[in-house]
Design a protein around this ligand. Structure first.
Ligand SMILES: Cc1cc2nc3c(=O)[nH]c(=O)nc-3n(C[C@H](O)[C@H](O)[C@H](O)COP(=O)(O)OP(=O)(O)OC[C@H]3O[C@@H](n4cnc5c(N)ncnc54)[C@H](O)[C@@H]3O)c2cc1C
Length: 558
């Protein structure tokens, strides 16, 4: 028996979950990687999983949150500097992720499955710390919008995709790698960006790729030390998308004033600023008036990353809960041998695996956007997955925390941080209702988009009775939704429809995977009649012990 095991037995506490391989110990991830076409990345992911499971790496996540970023607006002589300083742990996390290409892999690695592979890397990284994931995601997601303006892309894309992290506050021309942010939200409107009042007027000439002068205010700008931001502003031709660099072409500071950093309930390691734009120079991306359409290319990818990050949070929560319950004894036996606790743990594990399956299917669609049906599927999977996975995460984190009892509420464990991170993904990048409205819009604009969902669901037809019944009901609801108000359907029912689609898709993915035990349990747990929304209410007959075993990291205390 090791010293750690002995001390755990003495105090009846679980050892800290560290120094394990977060990839190799995740059976659901290994299966999803192969299923979705990126098995070739397994060796590299195994090395990365060894890194992200190390105690020193996990510690970085704690340090980055214990020492939040600080804003200096002016220097000692009263000049504006607008400088945010982060703890070295934040730089180590973000810099390390960039050096491993988590911000850019699919843009530089043309192998089929590179989006799936990147999602898997991100999934491992996000389990350790969520805040630095924000600039990582925005840098990754900026590329499709940047490509709308080829002259700007020619300058910026090589810098954005470089595996170089350079946090210095100097012009991009002096760097060999840059990071990107996004500035859409204003005080008077976040979801409704058409209410933006920030104004852009031409500097010399107007038109795509030209420089404009921007004045206004942005209410939420995360990662404000990014080298450039994609932003929305009202140009003479309507709401338009711009590239706003931190520095002007002549090497002087651009008119970006950080007024304050928000005090947030989660995502604490990441700075989110209120920003005044004072004669800032910004370059028009695409045509005037096409701002929303152009920036939505970026937003689709940040929404996708929200799915992956929330699924990662669930994985970490389920790993922590199953790990703890294997060591803790109550009333004379292991916590995970008590039937009611087995019900809770197995339910958390099922939710986590289903969230991962849906995220990785979306990643495969992203890998094959040249195929019209995969593009149509990705269009629908984004709002469905962003809505459902992000909505499930807070309750999941809370329930996992409770599995650890009082220790789950203590800040030296990761559980409070997982809990505080969970609602953030649901709110930003389009809150829950906005995802449901987006789904309705997509269906009503292009009713045949539903054919790709139907084809996806058909793959599992006949494999499970609960699933077949769910699909029959879903068919009717979707047909009505596509007809919209003609069928008396209003967006009032948007959440029900989106949830129903998410559950159907998760079930079909699990049914088509090679683990019948998980698939059948999921269908019974989520699709059979009379199921409750709370975790730990699985119906009788679910093989909980086997599900828990699959989810739990290896039982080693050394
Ligand atoms: C930590 C954090 C970081 C952020 N970072 C950034 C950033 O870097 N860049 C950026 O641009 N933004 C950022 N945001 C802003 C975020 O994207 C917005 O807060 C979000 O989109 C919601 O906008 P809002 O706050 O204006 O709320 P509102 O638009 O006022 O919405 C309030 C609520 O009403 C619902 N709602 C709105 N319209 C409807 C409708 N028609 N029907 C039904 N329900 C509706 C929404 O779903 C939401 O629940 C950040 C937010 C947070 C919390």
């Amino acid at each position: 028996m090791t010293a750690i095991q002995a001390s755990c037995m003495e105090f009846n506490q679980s050892p800290v979950l560290e120094n394990y391989n977060t990839f190799l110990s995740d059976a659901a991830l290994l299966a999803a990687l192969s299923r979705e076409g990126a098995a070739w990345a397994a060796d590299e992911l195994a090395a990365y999983g060894a890194l992200t499971g190390r105690s020193e790496f996990i510690r970085l996540g704690f340090q980055a949150n214990e020492h939040p970023p600080r804003l200096s607006t002016h220097d000692a002589k009263g000049r504006r500097v607008d400088l945010v300083e982060y703890h070295p742990a934040y730089h180590e996390l973000l810099g390390g992720a960039i050096r491993h290409g988590l911000h850019a892999r699919p843009w530089t690695d043309k192998r089929a499955g590179s989006h799936v592979a990147r999602a898997a890397f991100n999934y491992l990284q996000a389990q350790v710390e969520a805040g630095h994931g924000c600039p990582l995601t925005m840098t990754f997601a900026a590329i499709p919008t940047l490509r709308k303006q080829s002259d700007l892309a020619a300058i910026w894309e090589p810098l954005v995709t470089a595996r170089e992290y350079d946090p210095r506050n100097v012009p991009a021309t002096e760097k060999s790698g840059v990071s990107m942010g996004m500035a859409m939200t204003e005080r008077q409107g976040g979801s409704d960006v058409r209410a933006n009042t920030t104004r852009a007027i031409r500097l010399k000439s107007s038109g795509a790729g030209e420089c404009y002068v921007v004045n206004g205010h942005k209410y939420f700008v995360s990662a404000p030390m990014s080298d450039a931001f994609l932003m929305l502003a009202q140009a003479p031709g309507g709401l338009s998308c711009f590239l706003l660099p931190r520095w002007r072409d002549d090497g002087t500071k651009n008119g970006i004033e950080l007024q304050q950093l928000k005090r947030k309930m989660g995502n604490v390691s990441n700075a989110s600023a209120e920003v005044k734009l004072d004669d800032a120079h910004a370059w028009l991306v695409g045509d005037e008036g096409r701002g929303v359409a152009n920036i939505l290319e970026m937003v689709a990818l940040t929404r996708f990353d929200c799915m992956v990050a929330s699924a990662a949070g669930m994985r970490q929560a389920a790993a922590q809960a199953t790990h703890h319950a294997a060591y803790r004894q109550t009333f004379g036996k292991r916590l995970d041998r008590h039937p009611l606790m087995q019900n809770v743990l197995a339910d958390l594990a099922l939710e986590s695996e289903a969230a991962l399956a849906l995220s990785m299917r979306a990643a495969r669609a992203l890998d094959h956007l040249a195929d019209d049906s995969e593009a149509a599927l990705f269009r629908l999977l984004t709002p469905i997955g962003k809505y459902w996975i992000c909505k499930r995460a807070p309750a999941h984190a809370y329930e996992a925390m409770e599995c650890l009892g009082g220790s789950g509420a203590i800040e030296t464990s990761i559980m409070p941080r997982l809990y505080r991170e969970a609602p953030i993904n649901a709110i930003w990048e389009g809150s829950g209702n906005i995802q449901c409205l987006d789904l309705f819009r997509a269906i009503q604009r292009q009713p045949d988009a539903l054919d790709v969902v139907a084809a996806e669901l058909k793959g599992a037809a006949g494999l499970n009775d609960d699933y077949d019944r769910h699909c029959r009901n879903l068919d009717k609801a979707l047909a009505n939704a596509a007809r919209g108000n003609d069928a008396g359907v209003s967006t009032y029912e948007g959440r029900r429809l989106t949830e129903s689609l998410a559950l159907g898709l998760q079930a079909s993915l699990l049914l088509c995977s090679d683990n019948a035990l998980i698939a059948d349990a999921f269908c019974r747990a989520r699709l059979s009649s009379g199921v409750s929304g709370l975790f730990g209410t699985l119906p009788r007959g679910i093989p909980c012990a086997a599900i828990i075993d699959r989810a739990r990291p290896p039982l080693t205390a050394d």
